[in-house]
Design a protein around this ligand. Structure first.
Ligand SMILES: [Fe+2]
Ligand SMILES: [Fe+2]
Length: 158
């Protein structure tokens, strides 16, 4: 069983990887949108980034830590409430990876590697957008795990 608590040193390194992003107003805006249940999109991407970071270290997966944490932190950077009944939110599952990717480029000029991670995180729903790197696979799997856990926690609370 993997210990899911970061050590103080790991926490510091994790925070360092996100230091250029956390305070940005557009990143902060993710706190205004609900992802699952009572979990904001900001809390969700933080959880996903944290677990990606931790598993990469504990299981020695050999992923590029900076790319992994950055891509994970921006994977749901779409900046709207997908629960609102709005035409533009239709097919959210299919379209939000591209919207998040556009925002990551617009506000942080992320490179192609991170763009590909973000665009492919919903695979296999987005069938043609297969994860192409170790970092993209880790993100894709960890996001599914965290999203399922958040959804079940929400149902339990009722
Ligand atoms: Fe997503
Ligand atoms: Fe997600």
């Amino acid at each position: 069983m993997v210990n899911r608590k970061l050590t103080c040193e790991e926490q510091e390194q994790f925070d360092l990887l996100l230091r250029n992003y956390r305070q940005h107003e557009k990143i902060q805006e993710m706190k205004c949108y609900i992802q699952h249940g009572a979990i904001s999109t900001y809390d969700h991407v933080e959880r996903v980034a944290r677990l990606c970071f931790l598993l990469n270290r504990r299981l020695r997966l050999g992923a590029d830590e900076k790319a992994l944490v950055t891509g994970a932190f921006m994977h749901d950077f779409y900046l709207y409430d997908w629960h609102e009944n709005d035409r533009s939110h239709r097919l959210h599952g299919y379209h939000h990876p591209d919207t998040s990717c556009r925002n990551a480029v617009l506000y942080f000029q992320v490179g192609e590697h991170i763009q590909q991670m973000i665009r492919s995180h919903m695979w296999p729903l987005t069938l043609t957008k297969l994860p192409l790197s170790r970092e993209a696979w880790i993100l894709c799997l960890v996001d599914k795990y965290i999203s399922t856990a958040e959804t079940f926690a929400m149902r339990k609370r009722g």
